[in-house]
Design a protein around this ligand. Structure first.
Ligand code: FEO
Length: 169
C-alpha cells in the first residue's frame, strides 16, 4: 500500500530532482559562455543524471499505483562568483539533496513501506558518489588556483565525461 504521505514525499523529491536539473543547466550555460566547454560538458552530464533521478521516482510512483503531481520549478540561482565557488555551491546543493533523500527515507520508515525503502537505497548510494565526485573536483580546482594552463587541462579532461543511463531501484 502506497500511502498519501509517501506519495506527497515522492512528489516533493521529484520536484527537487528536476530543480537540480534546472540548476545544473544554468551552470552549464555559465561555463559555455566562458568557453570552458569541458566543464560545461560535466554539467551537461549532471543535467541528464538529474533528469533520470526525477524520472526514476516519477515511474516509481506510478508503479506503486500513486499519482504524480508536478509542482513549479524554482528559478535557479548561481551564487558562486568563480569556478571554485560554483562547485562549492554544487556540493552544498548535493548535501541538501542528501538530507531530502534521508527525510524521504524517514517517511518510508514511519509508513513501514519496505518496498520504498528498498527502492530508495539506490538514491542513498548515488548521493555518496555525487558528493564524493564534487569534493574531488573542488580539491583539484583549489590546487589549480590561478594556473590557467592547468584549468584548460582539467577542462579538456572533463570534456571526455559521458552519460550512462543509470539502472535505478
Ligand atoms: Fe539527484 Fe544530484 O541528486
Amino acid at each position: 500500500m502506497f500511502s498519501k504521505k509517501m506519495e506527497d514525499a515522492f512528489n516533493a523529491q521529484i520536484n527537487a530532482e528536476f530543480y537540480s536539473e534546472y540548476l545544473y543547466l544554468a551552470m552549464k550555460a555559465y561555463f559555455e559562455e566562458l568557453h570552458l566547454t569541458g566543464i560545461a560538458n560535466w554539467f551537461g552530464v549532471q543535467v541528464q543524471e538529474e533528469h533520470a533521478h526525477g524520472l526514476g521516482m516519477y515511474d516509481y510512483v506510478h508503479e506503486r499505483g500513486g499519482k504524480v503531481t508536478l509542482g513549479e520549478i524554482a528559478k535557479p540561482e548561481i551564487k558562486g562568483k568563480d569556478t571554485v565557488a560554483i562547485f562549492e555551491q554544487v556540493l552544498e546543493h548535493e548535501q541538501l539533496v542528501t538530507s531530502k533523500i534521508n527525510a524521504l527515507v524517514d517517511v518510508a520508515e514511519a509508513e513501514h513501506d519496505r518496498a520504498a525503502l528498498s527502492f530508495l537505497d539506490w538514491y542513498i548510494k548515488e548521493q555518496v558518489e555525487e558528493e564524493s565526485n564534487v569534493r574531488q573536483l573542488i580539491a583539484t580546482l583549489k590546487l589549480i588556483g590561478e594556473d590557467k594552463k592547468a584549468l584548460l587541462m582539467l577542462d579538456r579532461e572533463l570534456a571526455a565525461r559521458t552519460y550512462t543511463a543509470p539502472v535505478i531501484g
